[in-house]
Structures are given as C-alpha cells and as structure tokens.
Design a protein around this ligand. Structure first.
Ligand code: S3P
Ligand code: PEP
Length: 441
C-alpha cells in the first residue's frame, strides 16, 4: 500500500520567538521498549516518542507477547517477560522506516529460541543489513537477508551464541547495539570496538536495567548470563529534533528561541560545535540531568553564519544533523566543507544527494563528493524540492524555505511523523511559515 503523498508549502515566516519542547528522543525510546520487554517486572517509560518508528518497535514487542500499556500520550508501561519470555510471532514483524528498529531487533532476535522475519518500508528495504549480519553470524547466529544484504531479514532459532571481540568497520551505534544485544544471549564476553565513538544509549540503559557492562568512548563489552531488572526510564527531548530549530533561529533575522530541556549526550551534540564554529549564537542554560542523561535549555538567537570545514571527528556526533547543517551552510557566508560522512548515503535516503539536489533546485551552489559536499553560501529562491520521503530532509528544507525569496513546495513529507510527530504545528507556533498541502495523489 502506498500512503497518499503529503507536500508542504513553506515560505518566509516571521522571526522565530518563544519557547518550545521537542518530543522525546528516538534512540532512547526504541531501547526503553526493548530492554523493558526483556526485563523481569514492569518498566515505566516517561517521554516516549510517539513517532512512527518507535511505535513500530512497540507494536513488534506486542506481537512477541509483551503487554505494553499506553496510559497517556508519551507514556508506556512495559510488562517485561524476562530474557527468555518472548513468544514467536506468526508472520513478519514490520519495522516501518526504522533502521534502528531493524538492526537492534536483528541482534536481539538472534538470541531467541524461535524464527522471526523482519521487514520494512520501501526506504528501509534499500538499507544495508550486512553490517549487522556479519558479526551476528560470527557469533553463531543464523541470519539470512534478501539480495545484496538488504531486508527482509530472516532470523532463525538460536542454537547457542558465542561472544566475539568485534572490531566494527563502521562507526555505527546500531551495529554496536545489535552485537551487544545478541551478547546478552551469548556465552562468554562480547566486545565491540568502533573506529569513532558513537552514541552509548544501549550501554547506559543496560547498566540502568542492572546488566553489568563496561564502556568508554569507542568500546563496550559485557558477558551473557545476567538478568535485566525493570526500571523507570525518563526520555530526554531529542537533540536531533531540536537541531532544525537551532538552524532556523540562527538563520532567520530577529529570532530568539528557547528549546527546553534538550538531551545533551556528548555523542549527539556535534551540531552545536559546528554551528558555533560558524558563528551561531547559542547559549546553554539550566543544565541538569534527566533519567541519567544530561539535559539543558538551549537559547538561540539570529546571527550571521560563515562557512567552516566540519572536522571529520565530529561526524558521528552529528550524523543525523547534516541535512540541517547543509541548510545553515547554504545560507552562510563563504564555503563549508563536509567530508568523512559517506554514511549519509545509506540513511532513509542518500542524504548527500537528496540535500544537494534540493538545495540546487532552490539556487544553492553545492558540489557533491563521495563522502560529503562543498557548499558555497548565498541566497535561496523559491521553487520545488523533493524530500525523497526522508523526514530529516523534509524538515531541513522547511527551514531553508524561511530564507528563500519565494515559496517552496517540499514534496513527500508524510514521513516526518517517523521522528517528529507534530513538527508542523510546533514549528508554526514559533513563527515558521509552513503549511500542509495534501494528501496529494
Ligand atoms: O543507534 C541509534 O539509535 C541510531 C544510530 C545512528 O545510526 P547508525 O548507527 O547507522 O550510525 C542514527 O543515524 C540513527 O538515527 C539512530
Ligand atoms: C537515520 C535515522 O534513523 P534510522 O536509522 O533509525 O532509520 C534518522 O532518524 O535520521
């Protein structure tokens, strides 16, 4: 079934002003449901992201026999069944648009005593799964993919997994997490080493659920044979959702916006460093902690941005923020260079190609490179730009349109609900010029 197409018409809004709180973190929400399901006892999740991706993960655990109550929006009560309590589902489990869902589930299901099949939407069905299949097979898992290592994934009943010492060729929290989750079911020690440190939510949350785990930036290890104990998880607001507003308020004259209690895990805040290097005026206020994660209010005011060379070491810490960064760069003075970011080509869309094509359609000067882009800052004009069904591309283009000389039609925006339900209303509420036009077709 193809969902009807939703376009946005975006144009010059007023300055962005006021206060807002963006929805809960997607990475934390996926993991809270997964670990809650495998724990003994009842776990409460506060601030759960009501996005399509995380709801798909919750629906999958319901199909695996886990009772999950939703007493109010953004709250889940997960009645854990213990490490060995999941039940087989009669047919395929649908991860929707979520790479995180599919890759983490691949690791977790590799440890079960039953067969499972994981499927996804058209975008997820084009994303590489070999990166998790290779280490899982090395642990003794029987996992098959479709042609070229693409979904669907067929995961067969575990006949005994063995821990491995895995040196991951990609800096990917999804790969690390898949291996660690399989490691819960493995004999001996499972260790993952990464080429660059990535987000550590799986490690932190395993510890919060009582599983001994050793981790430091770029490395994590654990032993099988322990238990997860139910706990309560407080999900911080998603930095990646806040990112669009950080860029929007930076580029729209007269803006002064406060983003409330945003998750500030250092493996997520690379965009803050990049924007500050570009001259952005962002201050961190009311820094504190929520559910074991650093959080803070971010006050962002308009400023003149200049181009930068984004250090490659920053790439994993801002991997989901490049669509927004490209927009900041297209509106800055001078040249911005991005390199070492080839991973962007295997996200929900090829984000280098999608952003280059869309911004070129609005008059920007961008040259794609295999692992990044060279962007000359300047003016943008109105026109039509395609999001390729990629939520982050759509939201980034809505930000770009605020500074375009005419109205921008952004095609194919329905998938914004995968990570940021309610973006449109929240964005309009603080001054963005944005209007839905659809469903189309
Ligand atoms: O582990 C996670 O929750 C995520 C890891 C990142 O993917 P990779 O592991 O593929 O870099 C990120 O792009 C994604 O949005 C969420
Ligand atoms: C890449 C993303 O998510 P996922 O890999 O879970 O689809 C994202 O949200 O930008």
């Amino acid at each position: 079934m193809t969902a009807p197409r939703l376009d946005w018409l975006a144009g010059t809004g007023g300055p962005l002003r006021g206060d807002l709180r963006v929805p809960g973190d997607k990475s934390v929400s996926h993991r809270a449901v997964m670990l809650g399901a495998l724990a003994g006892g009842t776990s409460e999740v506060e601030g759960f992201l009501e996005g399509e991706d995380t709801r798909a993960t919750a629906a999958i655990f319901a199909r695996l026999g886990v009772r999950i109550d939703a007493p109010s929006p953004s709250r889940r009560v997960v009645h854990g069944v213990g490490l060995h309590g999941l039940q087989p589902a009669p047919d395929a489990l649908d991860c929707g648009n979520a790479g995180t869902g599919m890759r983490l589930l691949a690791g977790l299901l590799a440890g079960q005593a039953f067969d499972s099949t994981l499927v996804g939407d058209a975008s997820l069905s084009r994303r590489p799964m070999g990166r998790v299949i290779t280490p899982l097979r090395a642990m003794g898992a029987h996992v098959e993919a479709g042609e070229g290592g693409l979904p669907p994934l067929r995961i067969y009943a575990n006949k005994g997994l063995q821990g491995i010492d895995f040196k991951s060729p990609v800096a990917s929290a999804q790969v690390k997490s898949a291996v660690l989750l399989a490691g819960l079911y493995a004999r001996g020690t499972t260790r993952v080493r990464e080429p660059h440190p990535t987000r550590d939510y799986t490690e932190r949350m395993l510890a919060a659920f009582g599983w001994p785990v050793r981790f430091s930036p770029g490395e994590a290890s654990l032993e099988g044979g322990h238990r997860l104990r139910a706990t309560s998880v407080v999900v911080p607001a998603d930095f990646s959702s806040a990112a669009f507003f950080l860029v929007a308020a930076s580029v729209v004259p007269g803006s002064d916006l406060r983003l409330r209690q945003v998750g500030m895990n250092p493996r997520r805040t690379g965009l803050l460093d990049a924007l500050r290097a570009m001259g952005a005026d962002i201050t961190v206020e009311a820094a504190g902690e929520q559910g074991g994660e650093p959080v803070a209010d971010l006050r962002v005011r308009h400023s003149r941005l200049r181009g930068v060379h984004v250090p490659e070491s920053l790439v994993p810490d801002m991997i989901d923020e490049f669509p927004a960064l490209f927009v900041a760069a297209a509106l800055a003075e001078g040249e911005t260079r991005v390199s070492g970011a080839a991973e962007l080509r295997v996200k929900e869309s090829d984000r280098i190609a999608a952003m280059a094509a869309a911004l070129q359609a609005l008059g920007a000067r961008i040259v794609e490179t295999p692992d990044g882009a060279i962007i000359q800052g300047g003016r943008l004009r109105g026109g039509e730009a395609d999001s390729h069904g990629d939520h982050r591309v759509a939201m980034a283009l809505a930000v770009a349109a605020q500074r375009a000389d005419g109205e921008v039609r952004i095609r194919d925006c329905a998938n914004v609900a995968t990570s940021f339900p309610g973006f449109e209303a929240l964005a309009k509420g603080v001054g963005l010029g944005l209007q839905a036009d659809g469903p189309v077709g």
